[in-house]
Design a protein around this ligand. Structure first.
Ligand code: ADP
Ligand code: MG
Length: 204
């Protein structure tokens, strides 16, 4: 269970963002609101990239606020995949597991499994600029999967994709949720995204 309790954050002399909601383990939850409503800020707070002024974030009853971002039980698919253009696909996954890309054999297997999972088994030695937008998005998702954390944060994962790729990505995320028992937290401005993922809606 993810509990976001009376969370409050203010940008210096700027916008205030508040959040209060729960998501059951294994559930999908959609943070829904217009552009500028605070969805990305809330995900950044949960991920530990921003620090709240007040409130708490607990996972399975334990507060995450003292944990550094990398130590939190989550992985985060950013709005713009954030792949390193000069690294291969395999290295882009490896860097998500170890900053120096020195992997154990088990981690190497996790990388291969994650690439296979998003149907990119044959692309490990390619670099992102040689991939399509949809493939790059799948690499970014595979990097999340290889990290094998129970909570997956997704920031507008479909917004840069055309209709076909959107369907493909939706189907993939639905499967992942079913197979890997992930708790999903999705930021979106489209009600349809929440509906198609069977997500419970939290208005932001
Ligand atoms: P959403 O993801 O729902 O579009 P954001 O969380 O990005 O919304 O933004 C929420 C509010 O915070 C907006 O008013 C936005 O302008 C403001 N904001 C976002 N990022 C920053 C920042 N780095 N500095 C100052 N204000 C910001
Ligand atoms: Mg946003």
């Amino acid at each position: 269970m993810l509990e976001v309790e009376n969370l409050f954050f203010q940008y210096p002399r700027g916008a205030c963002v508040r959040a209060h909601f729960r998501a059951a383990a294994g559930a999908a939850c959609a943070l829904m609101g217009a552009s500028g409503a605070g969805k990305s800020t809330i995900l950044n707070l949960i991920a530990g990239l921003l620090t709240p002024a007040r409130g708490d974030i607990r996972f399975h009853g334990r507060s995450l606020l003292a944990d550094k971002p990398a130590a939190r039980p989550l992985t985060y698919l950013l709005q713009s995949g954030n792949l390193f253009a000069h690294l291969t696909v395999r290295e882009n996954l490896a860097i998500g597991l170890h900053p120096g890309m020195k992997l154990t054999s088990e981690q190497n297997r996790a990388v291969e499994r994650a690439l296979a999972r998003v149907s990119l088994g044959g692309f490990a030695e390619r670099k992102p600029p040689s991939l399509s937008g949809g493939q790059r998005q799948r690499v970014a998702l595979a990097r999340c999967l290889a990290r094998d954390r129970p909570l997956l944060l997704l920031d507008e994962p479909f917004s840069a994709l055309d209709q076909n790729l959107r369907e493909e990505m939706l189907a993939l995320i639905r499967e992942l949720r079913r197979d890997q028992k992930l708790t999903l937290l999705l930021a979106t401005h489209r009600a349809q995204d929440a509906e198609e993922l069977g997500a419970e809606v939290v208005e932001v």
